[in-house]
Every structure is written in structure tokens, then in C-alpha cells.
Ligand binder design. Sequence first.
Ligand code: AHR
Length: 663
Amino acid sequence: MNSSVYRRTMWLLATLACMVGAQPQLTVNVGQPGATISPTMYGIFFEDINFAADGGLYAELVKNRSFEFDRPLQGWQILKKSGADARILILRDETRPRNPRFVRMLVNRPGQEFGLSNEGFRGMGIRQNADYRFSIAARQVAGDIHALRIELVNEEAQSLAHTQIEGFSSDWQTYHSDLTSDATALQARLNIWVEGRGTLDIDVVSLFPKDTWKGRENGLRPDLVQLLADMQPGFLRFPGGCIVEGFDLSQRYQWKNTLGPINERILNINRWNFEFKHRQTPDYYQSYGLGFYEYFLLAEDLGAEPMPIINCGMACQFNTAELTPMDQLDPYVQDAIDLIEFANGPTESNWGTIRAQMGHPEPFNMKMIGIGNEQWGPQYVERYKVFAKTIKDKYPDMQLIAATGSDGTIFPNGEEEIEYLWSFWSQLKPDIVDEHFYRKPEWFLENTGWYNSYDRTGPKLFVGEYASQSVGVGSPENRNSWKCALYEAAFMTGLERNADLVTMTCYAPLFGHEQAWQWRPDLIWFDNLISYGSANYYVQKLFGLHPGTHVLAIQIDGNPNLEKNKKGLHASATLDKRNSQAIIKVVNVADNPVKATINLHDTKLAGSIATVILLTSKYLTDENSLNEPRKIYPEETSLEINSSRFMYTFKPISLTILRVPVR
Ligand code: AHR
């Protein structure tokens, strides 16, 4: 059918639809697939906020294992019977600048209860019959401390597991012992009792479950990684977020400090430790046990493109806004260059050797890098230019991601700053530009066409952080409600319709510890034992599992501007060429069912069974929780259809994905 006949037919059908009682008609032009959907369209954003790394994804159970927190015994308690002639000292060994502190335990009289106890991250999640590996670096300085008695206890101080370590030498050595727990506890503790008389130095005290993701030592919590793997993300952005920038430059994320053996990773305070007065977490530090090597490995495990974001000589502009002078920018740029070599360089190269020594001789095949996080102003532009020139000169194929500040509504002169940056980006043409949206749910609903009018000749778009805020940005009252998730789904149909321009998107932040969060809403929630996906998680997951390969034009009642329709429907359509299916995503925000005609134009059915994936809940205020983790959960059914034109009733407040076999 030629295009003018097609338009006339659409117009007639639309007019007819209006005349017969406004039953909406969704027309999908299957015969003419449009832009390719980037395989990176739906990805994940990881930042160590809300105890996402230490106390979360990183499975270590001991907090402040190397006594390097500002307060050396934070997280530890001295166990001592009154009158016991024993004490501990904190020593600093400047010959080990990456991990200078350790604890000296002095016992003058044996047979007395003396030791140290670690509280974990809001306790330690310990499971019945599960195996744990305890390790400790120690050296005997004097006398005869003949054993350390290691014990896991529950909230009532009842023993869950115990073991013993003995035979200390006078040199630093690492000792291991395994424990199996008799029972489960959400908030267990680790006690270390000293046996004998003398002086023993200890450091790097660690307790890991044996059950980590892929059984790796120094590994990750398997349930949390599984939730990520289930999303089949196209990319993994790391390590943030504002954490890249730091409160000031001394606290910025320095990836080189996160490599090598865990006792050589330089501890750093977490900027979310003190950011929010209402949610202060003075025990929040970055051990970097989950460091850049592990992030690359995780991306590889997930089949996701690694997307590191690097500091560009600017601290967080909401905080100190410290700048590195331009004539001192070289080490920052060198960090970016070295990172590319670390990820992709041959094993003979300086940084490729380190990657190989850590266990991964093959390159990680990193293709993109973000220059700064939420940066703005002329200072950003001049720094970006230096990074861009140096990186592109050496690695012309490396895709560069430029920032547009923060959400335009929350940073000083936001909208103007964004316009200012765009005036450069349209000239300099970074490969990709990153935009962030932390707004009310209604904004997401009203702005499904946000990218319709963007210039198609400029950079590609990365919607690098977004989440609807039910109360306000940073408000502790924000919820992961079904309303937020549903309106984000509506927004995502708009992103998908604009997939010729928008090539990457991700929700932020990713994780929230139920007892230790600073920021909500978050995609995935967990405590020390269990985890669950929010309603927003299932929206992200469904878009990620059903992206299709090509955009299909879609109209509602003959109108391609779907934002204009008043029927409560938001929709996008794609073709999955790999298995010949049309994928139609429909969000019904109305609180009544909407019966619609689906007209798959210019195609024939290749089978009579379509798949229907439905995500809905009774009330917009509903949400998933530890007690009801699957209150909002996708349901898959099949639908018999006999024609490329069929009826479907979209449930109230629902996201529906139809997968229809087509020729
Ligand atoms: O997602 C939480 C924070 O919001 C990120 O760290 C930052 O980039 C944004 O302002």
C-alpha cells in the first residue's frame, strides 16, 4: 500500500473508531520496521549508596575488617570481663601505607574472657547449615597466645557456630578456618576470643559465606546478582553516581585504589556517610572489596557492556565543587587512559598485566567511558575537552559519555545550565549525552514525548538516571509504589519510540538496604538474608527482557502523537526480528479496563498463539515489601488470535506486553 493510501485508510479507521463509541484502535506498522533498538537500551546503574556494596552486594560480613575507618574500632566491641588483665592497642605501621593500622591484643593473665566482637552491617545474616570462611592476618609478638576461638552468635548471644585458629608465627600470616551454622539469624555477630597469655597482632579480619556468586572468593551475594542477571541488562554503569566525584577531591573514587589483594585496597569514606542529615550513617565506608576488577567481572557475568564513569577533576558540585586546576589535570586524564588499558590492553601492557594477575588475561572489551557524573558549567566543558582529545587520539573508537549536570529541576539554574551544556554538545558531538530525571510520577506520565523533538543529527542519548519521586527528590518518604512504577513504564514507552536517538537507559539507584539506606526509592531492596524487586524493578525487567530489535511505528486512533490520546493508554511497539514477533507494550493508566482493537498493519500472523505478559496491582499505592515481595509480579499467559486485527482489553492500571508471531 502506498503511503498516501495508508494515511487515508488510517484516517478513515480512526474516524470510524471515534464514531462507534471511542474504542481505541492501536495500529502498528509491522511491515516497515524503523530504527534498530540498541542492545544496550536497558541497563543497570550501580552506585555504592544505601549499603549497596559493603553490607550489600559484596558478601563480606565483617565491617571495618582492617580497622581503617576514621574511628579504628567502629563496628567492633571489646569483650572483657571486669577485672580482666588484658587490653588492646591500635598501632599504625607507616611501612604499609595502603593499610597502616592493626590491632595489638595484650593478655597479661590467661584464662580470662577477652576478645573482640564485630557487629557486621546492621548484624550479619547467617543461615542454618551454610558454610562460612573466617580469615585473619596475625602475628605473635610475645608470650603464648595459643589460640583464637571464633564464634558466631545470634541476637540472643546463643552460639551458632564456632571454630579455632592456632599456631601463630612471629611473621604476619593469614589463617583460615571454616564454620557451619546450626541456625539462621538475621543479625548475628562474630566473636573472637583470645586464649593464652602474651601479645598478638591482628588485621584484615574477614568472614565470607562460601555461597557467593559463582562460588568466587571475595565474591558477591548470589541472590542480589541473580536479581540483576534476571534483568538481562545491556550495560552496567559503575561506580555511580556522585560517589565518582566525592564530597571533595580527596574523597573521589580512584579506581587504582580498588585493585589487588584486599589488604592493599585503600579504604575511603563513603560520601553518603554524612550527606543526608536525616539518614546519617557514620559507619559507611568503602573497603573496595568490590572494586573495578570485580565490576568488570560482574558486567561480563551479566552479559552487559561495562560502562565505567571516571572523575574528571571535579568534586560534587552540590558539595564542595572543588576543581583540579587545569595545569594539574594530567593524572586524572592518565587515570582514564590507564583504565582503558586495564580493561582492554594486552597482557604485556602495564595495566593489562595487572588485570591478568588478578585472574583475567582476556580483555574486558570496554567500549565506552563516562567523563564525570553530574558535572556542569564552563569548568566541565574545558575539562571534558582535554579528556575527549586525549582519549580519542589514543582510542578513537572509545565511546565518550558527556554529562548534562543533574536533574534540571534540582540543581542551581538547572535548565539554563543544561541548555548551556547542550550548546557545546551539539558542536563537540560527544558520542553520547547523559540526562537525569528525578521527578514526580506525574511528570513521567506527562513527558512520554520528551525526546520526540531532540535533534537527530547530534549525540545519542543516555537516560542515565531516572526514578519517579512520590514525595520529592531525596525525601525519605518516597515510596516504590505501583503508581511510580506504572508512570515510569509510560515514560519508557516514549523512550522506546525514540530508540533511534535514545540508546541507553537505567533506573537509579539500584539497591537499598532495609536498615541502612540513605536514599529512596530504589530498584531492589534487601536485608541481611533476603532480597526482592520493587514494582519498578519488574517494569525495568520486562522492558529489558522484551526490547525487540527494531522500532515499529504505532498510532492510537490514527494519531502518531500518542501523548495526545485521552484514553489513558501509552504504548510502543517493536519487532523482534530474531524470532519474528511483534512486541506491543501498552500502559493503561486509567482505573477502568480499556477495550481496544489492535491492528497489525502490513503483516500476516505466523501463528495463532500470542504471549501476554501482565504487570498490575489493585491500587496505585501498592508496593512490594519483605513480607509481600511478589505482590506486584508479572504473569504470563497465552492468547489465541486468528487475525492480525484483534481485540484486547487492557486491565486498569496495568502494563501489558503482547508478543505476537508475525511474518
Ligand atoms: O542516584 C542517587 C544520586 O542521584 C546519584 O549519585 C547522583 O548521580 C544523582 O544526583
